[in-house]
Write a protein that binds this ligand. Sequence first.
Ligand SMILES: Cc1cc2nc3c(=O)[nH]c(=O)nc-3n(C[C@H](O)[C@H](O)[C@H](O)COP(=O)(O)OP(=O)(O)OC[C@H]3O[C@@H](n4cnc5c(N)ncnc54)[C@H](O)[C@@H]3O)c2cc1C
Length: 413
Amino acid sequence: MRIMVLGGGVVGVTTAYQLQKDGHDVVLLERNAEVADETSWGNAGMVAPGHSFVWSSPKAPMTLLKSLVLKDQALRFRLSADPRLYSWSWRFLMECTATKARRNTLLKHRLAAYSQAVLHEVLAGEDVAYDRNDRGILYFHRTQQALDAGVQNMKLLESDGQLIRVLDRAQVAALDPALAAAQDRIVGAIHCPTDETGDPALFTRALAAIVTRRGGEIRTGTTLTAIETSGNAVTRVLTDRGPLKADAYVLALGCGSAAVARTIGIDLPIYPIKGYSLTIPVGNRPLPPTIAAVDEHNLVAISRFGDRLRVTATAEFAGYDKSHKPADFAFMKRVTQELYPEGADYGRAQMWAGLRPMTPTNLPFFGRRRFGNLYLNTGHGHIGWTMSHGSARITADLIAGRTPAIPMDGLLA
Ligand SMILES: Cc1cc2nc3c(=O)[nH]c(=O)nc-3n(C[C@H](O)[C@H](O)[C@H](O)COP(=O)(O)OP(=O)(O)OC[C@H]3O[C@@H](n4cnc5c(N)ncnc54)[C@H](O)[C@@H]3O)c2cc1C
C-alpha cells in the first residue's frame, strides 16, 4: 500500500519507518525544512517508563488553582480568551480522580515499556547514533518525606514490572560523582536503571535518512492545508505544493493534529502545554553529569547528550505561542548550576521552547474515527519520545489488521 504519514516529528518518522518495514511504500509530509524541528527537537530526551505518571492526578486541580495566583510555579496556568482551553481543562479535570489517574498511569506505563522494547529492536537492526546513555535515570528528592512519598508512588509502576532502586545521598554521589558537590541538597533518589536517554532529534533525523535510503519519500517543506474526503474515506490531501494521494493516511501532526482533525469532523482534545529547554555545551568543564536526573522538587530534568547537557522545565498554558525570553530560563539554569557547578559551560546555553501535545488522559489517540483509511497516532504529551516507537509499531499493526503486541483495551478510542 502507499501510505502517507502527516507530520515529521518523532511520532511521524518512527511510524514511516515501521510501515516501510512492513513493506509499504511510504511518503511523509512535514512543513519544516527538516524533520524533528518542533517539539521533537528540544525535549529532555528521556526514554522513561519510570516517568509514566499522568499529570491528571488528584493533586492537579489544586496545583492549577495555585498557579493562577502564585508566580514562578513549575506549572503556569493563565486564563485566556481561547474557549478550547476551557473545554480541554474540563476534560482534564474529569480525569483527575484517583481511580482514573491509576488506570491512565498503568496504561501509559504499559505503552512506554513496550515502546522501549521496540526502540531496542530498532537499535539492534540499525546503525543510529544519537548520544544514547543507558545508565538509567535518577529521580531525586530533597526531603526524606518527599523521597518516602516518591517510593510509595513508585509501587504502582513496580507492580507493572518497573525496576527501581532506592539510593541515599552517598549512593547517589557514588553513582554520579558529578553530584557529589551538591550532596547536601539531596536526601536520596529513586534510580530507574532501565530508563535511558538520547537526543531525539538526532535519532529522528537518522531514522528519516534510513527511510529515504530505502526508497521512502520524506517531503519536507510541504504544508498540509486540507484533507478531502468522500463518504467514509479520505480521498486526497491538499498541500502548498499541490494535492497528494495515498491508499491510507496517518495523522501525526503533534499539536497541529486537533485543528486539522476538526476540519473533517473529528474531535481530538489535544492542547499545547509549553515547555522550555536549554542546550548547554559541556566545553572544558571537568564534572558533567554521567547519568540523567530529574530534580523532583523543582521539576527540572537534566540529560547528558555526549558533549552537551539538555535541561528542561515548566508546563505553561500559553496557547500556540512558542516565544521565549532569557528570564524564562533563569530558574532552571540556576538549579542546574547549583547541582553541577563544574558540569557545563553555562555561558553558552542555547534557549528553546516547544509545545507538548497533551490529551486529558495523557494517553495518545490510536486507530480510526469516521474514515476507514485514516489512522490516528497523535497526542503523546509529555513523554512522546518514550512512547513513539511502540506507538509506531501499534499503528503499523492496526493498518495491517494484526493484533498489536500489547492489549489495546483502554488505548483505542
Ligand atoms: C520541554 C519538553 C520536554 C520534554 N521531555 C521529554 C522527555 O524527556 N521524554 C519524552 O519521552 N518526551 C518528552 N517531551 C515530549 C515529546 O517531546 C513530545 O511528546 C513529542 O516530541 C511529540 O512528537 P510528535 O511527533 O507528536 O510532535 P512534533 O515533534 O511536534 O511533530 C509534529 C510535526 O508535524 C508538523 N506539522 C504540523 N502541522 C503541519 C502541517 N499542517 N503540515 C505539515 N506538517 C505539519 C510539525 O512541523 C512537526 O514537525 C518533552 C516535551 C517538551 C516540550
